[in-house]
Design a protein around this ligand. Structure first.
Ligand SMILES: Cc1cc2nc3c(=O)[nH]c(=O)nc-3n(C[C@H](O)[C@H](O)[C@H](O)COP(=O)(O)OP(=O)(O)OC[C@H]3O[C@@H](n4cnc5c(N)ncnc54)[C@H](O)[C@@H]3O)c2cc1C
Length: 358
């Protein structure tokens, strides 16, 4: 089967879905291609900062997410040996320290709106396998497999919004520089105890950061930094002494932890790295979000950066002048470099928050 569109967007994460929405709203014909069988199936970043909030409000999407459910963080707390030693309150003008938005709610709200635009189309269960070039070297189509059958999508512009292991980036031979940050992350989600306030809680345990993020609908997400590459050997160790450290750091959480995290299998491992690319696209391909700049979890910038990329790229594409890919990419690249530097600084200075104890 062959489809023809103005813009083919590969990847139905926050960046790809928002870009598809914004372009279709302006009557650009868009096909959003996602390899899984539903949007929001994969577990991804869910904390929105002020920047992400502003973008969603500007495009009339935030109100719908509010109806579906979100949760504003009221405090940022630093804990040591089961006691809160420092509490940071939100700036009054902002009113929160981040907003938890379940990924399903975010994508649903953006997609509901997009489905109302006649030029919006999407294809699930569709994995892009190949980029096709014309004689001048311009990428003019992608070859995808949809439910086992071949689908050719001819498109004036191809967007790689396909995440940290981007196929589009690799197929277009765009190099990526990967930086290790010395740690990986164990994730788990458990029910919040009663009277648990909407908060972000941090602890430093044996030199490693543990973070708790309260989530909408009564959950707490646990992010536990471990030494890079150490999980295979760690999981050979007895589990009880390890999980006890979490219970000691946050005693209020102990009974929920004991009930819901009973073995290493109850944690999901995130391979933490950041990456940048010198080129953000070429010859009819443009990359956005994690595909071109994977972020570490520090400060929850990944989701918000992907939304900003989509917002800026849509603005540039919809201008009447010819699309100036270079200036668009340069502007965002500078911003991302600053954020990635901030992430490194935050990671290096994390232990300073506990300096009062030294
Ligand atoms: C476990 C985990 C926790 C995280 N926690 C946070 C957090 O708390 N806060 C935060 O801000 N960020 C967090 N991040 C990062 C955040 O999730 C990403 O920065 C954000 O999702 C990037 O959005 P994106 O649209 O660029 O890509 P993604 O959300 O990665 O979406 C890419 C999409 O492309 C699809 N795809 C891939 N290859 C193909 C193909 N060949 N054909 C078709 N479709 C394809 C994938 O299925 C996926 O749906 C986390 C990431 C992970 C993995």
């Amino acid at each position: 089967m062959i489809k023809k569109v103005d813009v083919c967007i590969v990847g139905g994460g926050p960046g790809g879905v928002l870009l598809a929405n914004l372009l279709a709203k302006q009557k650009v014909s868009v096909l959003l291609v996602e390899r899984t069988n539903a949007f929001a199936k994969t577990f991804r970043g869910e904390h929105l900062n002020e920047e992400g909030e502003h973008i969603l409000k500007r495009h009339g999407i935030y109100e719908r997410i509010e109806q579906l459910g979100l949760l504003k963080m009221e405090t940022l707390e630093y804990w040591h040996n089961g006691t809160c030693i420092k509490t940071i309150m939100p700036d009054e003008a902002v009113g929160h320290l981040g907003i938890h938005v379940p990924q399903a709610h975010l994508l649903q709200a953006i997609l509901e709106q997009a489905k109302g635009y006649p030029t919006f189309d999407y294809a699930l269960n569709t994995t892009v396998k190949e980029l096709i070039q014309n004689e001048q070297g311009q990428y003019t189509a992608v070859r995808a497999i949809q439910n086992g059958k071949e689908l050719l999508i001819e498109s004036q512009l191809i967007i790689g919004a396909d995440g940290r292991h981007s196929s589009i980036r690799k197929l277009a031979n765009i190099e990526s520089t990967v930086r290790s940050h010395g740690y990986d992350l164990l994730w788990a989600r458990i029910p919040a105890p009663q009277n648990w306030s909407p908060s972000i809680k941090m602890a430093l345990v044996e030199g490693m950061q543990i973070s708790l993020f309260t989530q909408a609908k009564g959950f707490v997400q646990i992010g536990w930094n471990i030494e890079k590459g150490s999980f295979p050997s760690l999981r050979k160790e007895p589990f009880t002494p390890f999980i006890e450290k979490l219970c000691l750091a946050f005693p209020q959480l102990a009974s929920s932890v004991k009930e819901h995290i009973q073995s290493w299998k109850d944690f999901v491992l995130l391979d933490v790295f950041s990456s940048t690319s010198a080129q953000w696209g070429k010859n009819g391909v443009v990359l956005i979000g994690d595909a071109v700049h994977t972020m570490t979890p520090t400060g929850a910038y990944g989701l918000n950066s992907a939304l900003m990329d989509a917002h800026i790229l849509a603005e540039q594409l919809l201008q009447n002048e010819p699309f100036d890919y270079v200036s668009c990419a340069t502007m965002r690249k500078r911003e991302i470099e600053k954020i990635q530097a901030t992430q490194i600084e935050k990671e290096q200075k994390f232990s300073d928050a506990f300096v009062v104890l030294k």
